[in-house]
Ligand binder design. Structure first.
Ligand code: GLA
Ligand code: ZN
Length: 668
């Protein structure tokens, strides 16, 4: 277990570095991430490189036992580069430019930017790549933040055309057919005619343009980020052998396919700001942890974790005493092997003056520093126990970018949001003490007894085969509403829904409705025991086929009495098609039912504010009980054992103080 911090030596006089390093060391911090925004400090003028200051910082920290994760500085391009290439900036969908002053805002398809980015990474790797104190690299910083994964400039237009040329094997007729361009006379005679989906009459880009074009543009935009990172990784692997490469992801993010991005790096890192945790409930970030862990189906690093109030203009609540520590332990519980705070010292200047660090602007250690220090000691003491442990989930939730993007353009019904559904499922499982990895169709699905597809809206033939094989081999699959509607190219399938998934689903859709639009209608579904549960937004009206049986029926509107959920035995497994959205109570019922079916033990009666997660290794099971409220709460321990935090034997009903936790190591 490693404690780290984001450090910006370039923000402070060099005489201060020693004090910083000493204070860090005293707090048990053994990693810093530095450099990711310091392009101008590294290359103040075109080709005039200066890495000495950085080397001095790395070595000074090294002398205090602190190793460096070095960031490539490409998110913030220097002003001189802008002068050289006045059109280096990204362009919005309405054609206006993204002015100098932010980050991630250089166009990644601008050849000048690409050349300079390659060069600074190469020179940085030459200067420090083999330094013994540099142990890892972070590529760039948060690809796609501030909505920058997508750019509508002329370089991107050209690159998009090339991307399409490849995708359709240079056959424009194939593209026309796939996209159905005869609609509104949009047929193209050549790839050069195709544009990026800028705003149209009356509509923002993704609302007015052909959805098939928009979907391919989203896929292309994500590929651009992945490709850009790949270029850096190639340089780093060649010039800095033996160092781990990571990137700091942003949790459940929409615009970059994180499974693709993660495939090229050694460790997934991510930036965790659980500020909306209100101190009474589970913080809503368990889904992020679970998805980040699911990206490579491995443990992760938290590269940035909120360590003070965050905000650019106004800031949010300060983490209450104990909360920073609790969030750090939550991260560990859910699969992190490093927790690194953002940032060391609140910066006196710049847009992030109010995005606070462990120290306030004055740099004197106060409460949050002391809390980090206590955590540092605790992590060090428990490392031996916890190193090598992992989270073994038996449940997976599909985070399917094609479906997310298809629904982003056409959500079908207001409020139908794929990622929001993922969160609801993740929360439902978290409340039952069950972790669920966020995974893709290409992940190893055979690990999971239960797989949730909140809506398999767009499904390719290969994807359908994977899901069929999963169920066939004994898996239990839940398919949400509006599944199987779109094909690979975003056309609506020419088949009874759910199209390619009809066979495993054992039903077809007779009708579908957005009942959320019907005035004064409240909808329910009824289960076999005649209990009713609220239903939300939409309804796929189902017709069971073959051996399928009905689990839920609609209890309202013109389809009252018709199936709302159907269960179908398929091969050695089972597929359940749920045609509507449930509320929290309904999801809990469903989750409990599904878990029972796959023999995964759920914990009922957990207090609202308590999160329970396990990490295991051969010969050791460690159950974390995290109390996210400010007040003490009693829990029934699943199993007796020794609480590693207090060192005491624990069994049965046990009290956990406010913002505190138990880590119960099972005997034996
Ligand atoms: C992100 C970035 C950091 C910082 C914080 C706070 O996570 O990676 O550089 O900007 O947000 O805004
Ligand atoms: Zn561009």
């Amino acid at each position: 277990m490693i404690l780290g911090v984001a450090y910006y030596p370039e923000h402070w006089p060099e005489e201060r570095w020693e004090t910083d390093a000493r204070l860090m060391r005293e707090a048990g911090i053994t990693r810093v991430r530095i450099g990711e925004f310091a392009w101008h400090r590294m290359e103040p003028k075109d080709g005039a490189f200066q890495f000495d200051w950085l080397k001095r910082a790395v070595e000074l920290l090294g002398r205090h036992g602190i190793k460096t994760i070095l960031g490539t500085p490409t998110p913030t391009y220097p002003a001189w580069l802008h002068m050289k290439h006045p059109d280096i900036h990204q362009v919005n969908s309405n054609g206006t430019i993204r002015e100098f002053g932010m980050r991630q805002d250089a166009c990644k398809n601008h050849p000048g930017y690409r050349d300079y980015a390659r060069r600074i990474v190469t020179r940085l790797a030459d200067a420090l790549g083999k330094h013994p104190d540099v142990v890892a690299w972070q590529t760039d910083n948060e690809f796609g933040c501030h909505g920058t994964a997508r750019c509508w400039c002329s370089y991107c237009r050209k690159a998009f055309q090339e991307w399409l040329r490849k995708r359709f094997s240079n056959d424009i007729r194939a593209l026309n057919t796939a996209w159905g361009t005869f609609f509104w006379s949009q047929d193209y005679n050549s790839f050069d005619e195709i544009g990026v989906p800028r705003d149209t009459a009356g509509c923002a880009g993704n609302d007015g343009q052909n959805p098939a074009l928009v979907l391919d543009f989203y896929r292309f935009s994500s590929d651009v980020q992945v490709e850009f990172q790949r270029e850096q990784i190639k340089i780093l692997r060649a010039k800095s052998p033996g160092r781990l490469i990571t990137h700091n992801l942003m949790g459940a993010h929409r615009t970059v396919n994180y499974f693709h991005l993660a495939a090229d790096i050694d460790v997934v890192s991510w930036d965790n700001y659980p500020f909306s945790s209100n101190g009474t409930n589970l913080p809503p970030n368990s889904m992020h942890h679970d998805l980040m862990r699911g990206c490579k189906q491995k443990n992760v690093w938290v590269m940035e974790q909120g360590s003070g109030q965050g905000g650019w203009g106004s800031y949010n609540a300060t983490p209450q005493p104990g909360q920073m520590r609790l969030w750090a332990w939550q991260a560990v519980a859910r699969g992190a092997d490093m927790v690194s705070f953002f940032r060391w010292r609140s910066c006196r200047w710049g847009r992030e003056q109010y995005w606070h660090g462990l120290l306030y602007h004055h740099g004197q250690p106060q409460r949050r520093y002391q809390e980090a220090k206590a955590l540092g000691a605790e992590l060090a003491a428990l490392s031996k126990e916890l190193d090598g442990t992992t989270v073994e989930s038996q449940v997976g939730i599909l985070f399917d970018y094609d479906s997310i993007w298809a629904l982003e353009t056409q959500p079908c019904a207001q409020g139908f949001d794929y990622i929001a559904l993922c969160r609801e499922y993740a929360q439902a499982f978290a409340r039952l003490g069950v972790t669920a990895d966020g995974v893709s169709l290409d992940s190893d699905l055979s690990r999971y007894d239960l797989l949730i597809a909140p809506s398999m809206h767009l499904i390719t033939p290969e994807g359908a085969e994977r899901l069929k094989a999963y169920v066939h081999n004994g898996g239990t699959l839940l398919l949400g509403p509006r599944s199987g509607v779109k094909d690979t190219e975003d056309a609506v399938v020419d088949a009874l829904l759910p199209g390619l998934l009809r066979e495993p689903a054992g039903c077809h859709v007779e009708d579908y409705d957005n009942f959320g639009m019907v005035k004064n209608l409240t909808m329910h579904v009824r289960d076999e025991d005649d209990r009713v549960w609220p239903a939300r937004i939409m309804a796929d009206v189902l017709v069971p086929e073959g051996k399928a049986r009905t689990l839920l029926t609609y209890a309202g509107h013109y389809y009252a009495g018709k199936p709302a959920a159907v269960e179908n035995p398929y091969g050695n497994g089972v597929c359940i098609y749920l045609g509507t959205l449930l509320d929290e109570s309904g999801l809990r019922m469903l989750a409990e039912r599904l878990l029972r079916r796959v023999h995964v033990s759920a914990i009922s009666g957990l207090p609202e504010c308590v999160e329970v997660v396990c990490r295991v290794k051969p010969g050791g099971t460690y159950t974390f009980y995290l109390n996210h409220s400010a007040h003490p709460v009693a829990v029934d321990l699943v199993r007796p054992g020794v609480d590693l935090i207090s060192g005491k034997e624990t069994t049965g009903k046990t009290e956990i103080a406010g913002f505190n936790l138990l880590i119960v190591k099972e005997r034996g």
